[in-house]
Design a binder for this molecule. Structure first.
Ligand SMILES: [Ca+2]
Ligand SMILES: [Ca+2]
Length: 226
């Protein structure tokens, strides 16, 4: 009886304490919520404002952050892909040099399925820059040698043995519109009109010295350590 009474008493106390516990918990959550708001607010920059589309060139491809290597395709047709995030920006030549040093090359796209797969690897905010009119995504391996007819002539993949048959240009691209610069737009990256969407799998031709936020490497064989 005594033991039962003690248990009952404890339960009663617990029940009496329950509303207090709930109240304290709610208070804590609301306080935390207030703190979180305070800390998130300064970073909640509207996309498309304050971020220059054309950041200055970085001297070297420092600070690159390679992501995981992921296989696409099966059997002999399987290739391996790796998104690389460039928090300080990277120009096309440095991206390709990084890929080559590891036995790969900037991604060569030959089908809608492959394009969607590669886009999926970089369909994340950190890989994109935005301004008021456009969204600039990572580098691909598409390139146009100097002296090609403009704007559509002689596009190819940096890995020469893949044809440039599949194409996914955004409407109006390639346009070789380098904004008055003497340098042609001669490299491919994911891109979308700002009014269209924040991130899309469509392509744009852009000057090779743009400093973009990343690139996708393709390997024919799994890279060492990958
Ligand atoms: Ca061009
Ligand atoms: Ca263009």
């Amino acid at each position: 009886m005594n033991a039962t009474h003690n248990v009952f008493t404890r339960i009663s106390h617990t029940r009496r304490l329950w509303p207090l516990a709930v109240g304290l918990s709610l208070g804590l959550v609301m306080s935390l919520g207030g703190c979180i708001n305070i800390y998130i607010q300064p970073g909640a920059v509207q996309p498309g404002t304050g971020v220059p589309a054309q950041a200055p060139r970085v001297a070297a491809a420092d600070g690159l952050r390679p992501g995981p290597v992921v296989r696409f395709g099966s059997g002999a047709g399987a290739h391996y892909y790796q998104p690389v995030f460039a928090p300080d920006g990277v120009i096309w030549a440095d991206a390709q040099a990084w890929a080559r040093a590891r036995g790969g090359y900037l991604a060569s796209i030959s089908s809608a399925a492959e394009n969607n797969f590669v886009f999926g690897l970089v369909d994340l905010p950190r890989f994109w820059l935005h301004n008021d009119t456009e969204s600039l995504g990572p580098w691909l391996g598409g390139m146009q040698p100097a002296g090609s007819g403009e704007p559509a002539g002689n596009w190819r993949w940096v890995e020469d043995n893949e044809p440039f048959d599949f194409q996914n240009w955004a409407p109006g691209q390639p346009n070789n519109d380098s904004g008055g610069s003497s340098e042609n737009e001669s490299r491919v990256h994911f891109w979308a009109q700002r009014a269209t969407a924040a991130r899309r799998s469509t392509w744009n031709d852009v000057r090779a010295i743009y400093s973009l936020r990343g690139f996708v490497v393709e390997y024919d064989l799994p890279p060492a350590g990958g």
